[in-house]
Design a protein around this ligand. Sequence first.
Ligand code: ATP
Ligand code: MG
Length: 577
Amino acid sequence: MTDLKTIAKSHRGTRVTLILIAILTGATVIGQAYFFVTIVDRVFLRGHTFQEILPFLGGLLVVLAARAALTYWSGITGVKLAAKVKRDFRIALLQKFSNSPVQASLKGQSGQKVSVMMDAVDEIDPYFSRYVPQVMQSSIIPIMILIAAFSQHVNTGLIILITAPFIPIFMIVVGLKTKKKSEEQMDKLNAFSGTFLDTLQGLTTLKLFGRSAKQQKTIENSSLSFRDATMEVLRIAFLSSLMLEFISMLAIGLIALEVGLQLVVFENVTFFTAFFVLVLAPEFYLYLKELGSAFHTGRGSMGAAKKVTDELAEEENPIEWGDASFQKVHGPPALQLNNLGFRYGDQGFTIENISVDIPPYTQLALIGRSGAGKSTLLNLMAGLIRPSEGEVLVDGKPLYEYEEKTWFDQVSYISQNPYLFSGTIADNIAIGGKAEATQEEIRDAAEKAGILSLIESLPEGFETKIGEGGRGLSGGEKQRLALARAFLKKPSVILFDEPTTGLDLQTERILQASMKELAKTSTVITVAHRLHTIKQADTILLLDSGRLVAQGKHDELVEAVPAYREMVSVQQGGSAG
Ligand code: ATP
Ligand code: MG
């Protein structure tokens, strides 16, 4: 997909249909003028009876009906084309976003970006639903009218031929003048919505710092300047359409004057001819003018299309998965981190040289200061980001040789900030399951995750709407919801970025029991903050600044590693062990 013209051309069937519709419409325009003029001519000048003109009246009716039908058909064809193109764009965008979900979400604002892009796709609509059909009509119908005019009266044909170019020329001149203005207006709109969104999102913070009044002023200013820019564009737009009307009126007046003189003074044209060209001339200019307004909407779409194609062209270097599957139905796979390394961007934080063996059913605890790289290492193990060095081996084979789905079917990842999609609590838990989950199973999973009592305290229980547009949940609650997903899924590898926040004793106990149960059937890798989890672990990895500084069991580490002793003593003071 490059630009809109190429896309429009690639839909050949639709183009042919549109051309056919334009030719037929041209025929009805001319036919309508013919029947109308004939009827007037015969009734008023030749004194024909109603009976005699009946066939012409019938013809006029048919032509009018056909013209209406063609307009409808053309509209439908344009809308269908637009729908097809928009669908293609959306699929391309979604594919792109979902091929690199983590890259995009690590950069932040992925949801916002997706929604902005999807809106941009909508703005492409008028190009195909209005502009493309109009271009067909405006390039075919005027020529047909011109030929009809020439065939009847050469002078009229010549006048049309000479005046017609003024309309596109004028449109180009005005277009060039307004282009800059409307770009300015778009910029102002963007600035305005940006300020507005920022302010809304940061309202709490702004209030806390006593800045909301000042921010109000900023919004007011940017909205005023947007208004001024809009008025300026509108002024030019109105002025230019006035000028266009003026040019076409002048041309039609010229034609009227000419045929009038020919008819009355020189008496060398018939009334039929004179009236016929006079009826056709406005139609000619009408189609030219409509091209102008369609062009403006079309150009708006081109801007949006550029935004989308740019996004599609931007390289994200997605992770490529292989097609291997797991050999047999077995317990957890053996994991190995083999000299694993990773770097954010060119200069960012690095993980270096991490080598660990994780046999099946291991309970591994990752510990370290905030910012030590624990979540990053977990992302690497989950296969969500690609290591820049070394590899994660799963049953001896590099992770990316497996088929994506095969791997993710094995894994549950409870991140620090699990994603809730908008829907009910039950829906949100149910996506964990491989098959359709029953209410019973969902309830059971919620109970094991220690979130049942909370859900039951809500008036709508499992049917409570959460996520975008619904009730919010606290960070810890979201994590327990994600944990409930894991209970439904029964994965063989669990990656758990434990909440840093303390839990109440009751919930803590439920969680401990549940994790113990999960550990029976899976390898559990936890970013651990609670001493209990750390003590339970078969292996503890102590990270510092992206490096593995110690590895072993609790007792060994307490003995041998002062840094570990220090960390644990802090933890001991912090939460119940
Ligand atoms: P915490 O205990 O606070 O969750 P952590 O050990 O999980 O910390 P990470 O989230 O792995 O820490 O982050 C490690 C380092 O990488 C931090 O310095 C962080 O600023 C940086 N970092 C994290 N995400 C990104 C990103 N998307 N782009 C660039 N740098 C990042
Ligand atoms: Mg973290």
